[in-house]
Ligand binder design. Sequence first.
Ligand SMILES: Cc1cc2nc3c(=O)[nH]c(=O)nc-3n(C[C@H](O)[C@H](O)[C@H](O)COP(=O)(O)OP(=O)(O)OC[C@H]3O[C@@H](n4cnc5c(N)ncnc54)[C@H](O)[C@@H]3O)c2cc1C
Length: 510
Amino acid sequence: MNNNYDVIVIGSGNAGLSLATTMAQAGKSVALFEKHNIPGGCGTSFCRGRFEFEVALHQLSSMGTNVNPGPLRTLFKEYGILDQIEWVEIDTLFSINLPDGRSVSIPADREKAEKSLSEVFPEEKEGILKYFEICFNFYKEASAFAAKSAQSTGEPSAMKKAIMKMGFPKIYPTLAKYGARSTDEVLAELFKGKEIQLCLSAYWCFMGVPPEKFPFSILAQCTAIYISDKPYYVRGGSQMMSQALTEAIRKAGGEVKFNCGVDKIIVENNVAVGVIDENGVKYTANQVVSNISPTMTYNRLIEKENLPEGVIDYFKNYEVGISALTCFIALDCTPEEIGFKDSFNLTYNSLDANGDFKNAYCLDSKIDPIVSTCYTVDDKDGYPAGTSVLTAGTLKFSEAWEKLTPEEYYDAKYAAANDIVDRLEKFYPGFRSHIEEIEVATPLTHMRYLGHPGGSIYGYEQNLKSSVFFFPQETFIKNLEFASGWVNTCGFGPNYLYGNKVAKKLLSEV
Ligand SMILES: Cc1cc2nc3c(=O)[nH]c(=O)nc-3n(C[C@H](O)[C@H](O)[C@H](O)COP(=O)(O)OP(=O)(O)OC[C@H]3O[C@@H](n4cnc5c(N)ncnc54)[C@H](O)[C@@H]3O)c2cc1C
């Protein structure tokens, strides 16, 4: 058996799969190691009864349309998988269930969003128009700045240095004005009412930090990207993309090994030269790429004596981010019958999102904002007729869950799920009586399946200090690279694109 490769990839999450695809299609010999028995990491699904449940994807970004393709559509076309997948365009960004019982839906179209929000909040019209103007300008300037800094130098800290350069505010006025501010700060400046602020800040839940800590830079770009490129869902779930990429790697001659976790990275004289899998088999490679967290990579996969000086201290600056408690639910009625109009919904308990978010440290789900997606709203044909398939959950830190005994765990998990169902019942009367299947995942489930510290679903916390401009990208061990939501913006789209970017960089260095 030939155990020598150009590239070894540890983990088949989005970035691991796209990196391996780019490398294999460029003619490199690739081996991808995955500890689970299916590909995808967060991008997987599972079955209960007659239903297949999506694990993670609420909305796919960066696809664009056939006429106006986004970067992800272009990448999937290059990979040859675009036509193997059925893409479902979603026409609303999200709908917000406010504490006063109103539901406010935001269309995935700038003009329509401005119009419908101005109808619901007429006194805020001026702020609404200004908000969208800022988001789109921010996105335009951020894209121009990223393209410029990518051209100018390959140094990872180039962005930080460039920010300090004279003249930056003149060339990038929106970035300079809003780039380092929180969502709460900017929205409070634009709007009088709390309700409109809750409606527009909803993407904080995609990064797992509340509006007071959520960088406005990310909110602005999420809003502009999802409107420009439209939110998408995938018929059959995100597992379809993971499967298609696995087949693309194999078709290009690469190997994908399931039930085959990496136990150790072999490091000689500060150079990564291969891995040892969980069965003790040794493999060598010119390049090792980790699709898992730097925390686990350095602490678990590398022998202590091979750890470079300073690496553990360096990562102490990065806080492990939040996990989630998710109920996977199938109803024996259509979305219309139960009142789901939009697929992606955020349900608030009060106008104080920051205060309610603090419950993320507790076991119960009595006040946390509920993130829910009803897939059958936009994709009826993908599920059994006359049913609704959805996920509904809250963001949770793992600590409280890690302290429970097995008996306490069981009770706590179903009590928290019960809280969520009770609260949904208020917005969607009859909800509980229609439940045909329900399964619950906690932070411990995410720890078990992904192997990430704290069961983190979004990597390191992406707050004002450690977001977009400040990812940990320093290299400590030669020929050991990282490609994942831990060193890049989290999310499906961003990580498929990032895996490809890292692969291109490695190919250009050979
Ligand atoms: C509940 C939930 C909801 C989400 N909602 C959205 C959304 O709507 N939109 C969006 O864009 N993003 C969403 N995300 C985030 C998005 O899914 C992630 O940011 C992205 O998938 C991370 O990809 P990744 O490449 O970092 O790999 P991961 O998905 O983290 O995968 C890492 C892989 O490495 C494997 N692995 C771990 N240890 C080893 C080892 N020692 N050896 C071999 N393999 C190993 C794991 O089994 C896993 O397959 C959500 C995530 C979750 C969990």
